[in-house]
Write a protein that binds this ligand. Structure first.
Ligand code: UD1
Ligand code: CA
Length: 458
């Protein structure tokens, strides 16, 4: 008998269900888990097994599902009417050769590990194999009915089960593996004479046994791994389980996390040595941290690079930003796309930057907007400074050369350039370029009238 590993592996992912209990316009399998659609988790893990093909059976919301996963190499199979899990698998079989191993996965069971899938396929070398798990509360699931000798006899759906069968705590996770040729024969013999009037994939088990074939059960030790997502409560549970699993892997790889239960990575994270991340941090897209980076509480970093020794203080939001070595950001900073902080630069509270280069050692510490701007080295931008980059129709650039000093509450009306080492007095509205080393003051001269207030009272 052929060894399972020598057969081509064809993965069939069932994803045709409506997901009514999500009470959502979005197809259930597109709801995000850690920023990726549920179905994508399953597809990505399946592709990691190096299969000959991955077939996704879709129905409801098929176009949206397909376009959301347009970049992954899978075969799409439409199940026009949802007549049951057995019927769903049947739709994929015409594209699968008899000598293949078939692994059936569910698009709404996202946390299954690659190792568990591989074990299940191996267990189906000489017959069918089902993945089961013991649940304290097995209500709603198919129950695994074993013979006196312990072998799996059949699976009975909750709705079809007798009270005795309902008391069984070993449940069917739904994941199954079998040789394609035999699976084809069994499914052709499945009827729909049951309470739900559906073609059950689970009936394959009893049919295999009646053919004298072995049916193996691989037991998933961790019920969390095989938990399905049917409603938003289960989605949240799966999210936390996924985040916790991921956080533990990151900590084992050396990442310092203050609280694994208050950390969310929705994408990928690369990091150096001795990085520390405080509570409530959300990382999205592709985030890269160098050595010795520290991220303060409740910060959000999206597609951002933070170099060695930089500090991002609490409540900072950065998107498509590059934070240079030793830079200090926040608290309460907002770095929008195209922000580049060079080594040792500082951006403080209530500062918004966009398409802005802040040169080495330069400081924008308080309450400013710096957009479409290039600051040289050791520039000091006072509180409340605004680059007026937009004239109502076009964006213009501001350049501030090395060592310039921008007094507080200045507006730089772009396009405009401040020469190296130049000073702007507080409250300057700059509309023309300034010479290097110059002083510019645009505010009205101060006039004080002695005794005015006393005379007014009298
Ligand atoms: C199924 C199993 C049950 C198991 C449970 C685990 C059967 C008959 N029952 O029950 O033993 O304990 O999963 O969660 O297999 N789907 C389709 N097309 C269909 C029907 C379903 O693609 O025609 C997909 C759904 O989108 C879903 C998966 O198959 O991803 C399971 O379907 P669902 O209706 O949730 O099966 P259960 O009744 O929960
Ligand atoms: Ca289900």
């Amino acid at each position: 008998m052929a060894d399972a590993s020598s057969r081509p592996l064809h993965v069939v992912i069932l994803a045709a269900g409506q997901g009514t209990r999500m009470r959502s316009d979005l197809p259930k399998v597109l709801h995000p888990l850690a920023g990726r659609p549920l179905l994508r988790h399953v597809v990505d893990t399946a592709l990691g097994l190096g299969p000959a093909a991955v077939h996704v059976v879709h129905g409801h919301g098929g176009d949206r599902v397909r376009s959301a996963l347009a970049d992954v190499p899978v075969t799409w199979v439409e199940q026009g009417e949802q007549l049951g899990t057995g019927h769903a698998v049947q739709q994929a079989l015409p594209a699968i050769p008899d000598d293949a191993s078939v692994l059936v996965l569910y698009g709404d069971v996202p946390l299954v590990r690659a190792e568990t899938m591989t074990n299940l396929v191996a267990a189906a070398a000489d017959g069918a194999a089902v993945l089961t798990t013991e649940l304290a509360d097995p209500g709603g699931y198919g129950r695994v009915i074993r013979d006196a000798d312990g072998s799996v006899a059949r699976i009975v759906e909750d709705k079809d089960a007798t009270p005795d069968e309902r008391a069984v705590r070993e449940t069917n996770t739904g994941l199954m593996a079998a040789p394609a040729g035999r699976l084809r024969g069994w499914l052709a013999r499945c009827g729909n004479d049951n309470v739900q009037g559906e073609y059950y994939l689970t009936d394959v088990v009893a049919l295999a046994r009646s053919d004298g074939e072995a049916v193996h059960a691989a037991v998933a030790a961790d019920p969390e791994e095989v938990a399905g997502v049917n409603d938003r409560v289960q989605l949240q549970t799966a999210e936390r389980a996924y985040q916790y699993r991921q956080a533990q892997e990151l900590m084992r790889a050396g990442l310092g996390l203050v609280d694994a239960g208050r950390f969310d990575l929705r994408g990928s994270l690369a990091f150096g040595r001795d990085c520390s991340i405080d509570v409530g941090v959300v990382l999205e897209g592709r985030v890269v941290l160098g050595d010795g980076v520290s991220i303060g509480p409740y910060s959000v970093l999206r597609d951002t690079v933070v170099e060695d020794g930089a500090t991002v203080d609490s409540h900072t939001i950065a998107e498509q930003a590059h934070i240079g070595a030793g830079a200090q950001v926040g608290p309460y900073a907002r770095l929008r796309p195209g922000t580049e902080l060079r080594a040792g630069a500082r951006v403080g509270n209530f500062v918004e930057t966009k398409k802005a280069v802040i040169g080495p050692g330069s400081k924008v510490n308080h309450l400013s907007y710096i957009g479409d701007a290039e600051l040289g080295r050791d520039v000091n931008v006072g509180a409340g400074t605004i680059t007026c980059n937009y004239d109502g129709s076009e964006k213009h650039r501001t350049v501030i050369e090395d060592g310039a000093f921008i007094g507080s509450d200045s507006q730089l009306v772009a396009p405009v350039r401040v020469g190296a080492g130049a000073f702007l007095g507080a409250g300057t509205t700059l509309t023309r370029d300034t010479e290097p080393e110059s002083l510019t003051v645009t505010r009205a001269p101060q006039r004080s009238v002695p005794g005015w207030a006393r005379r007014r009272r009298e």
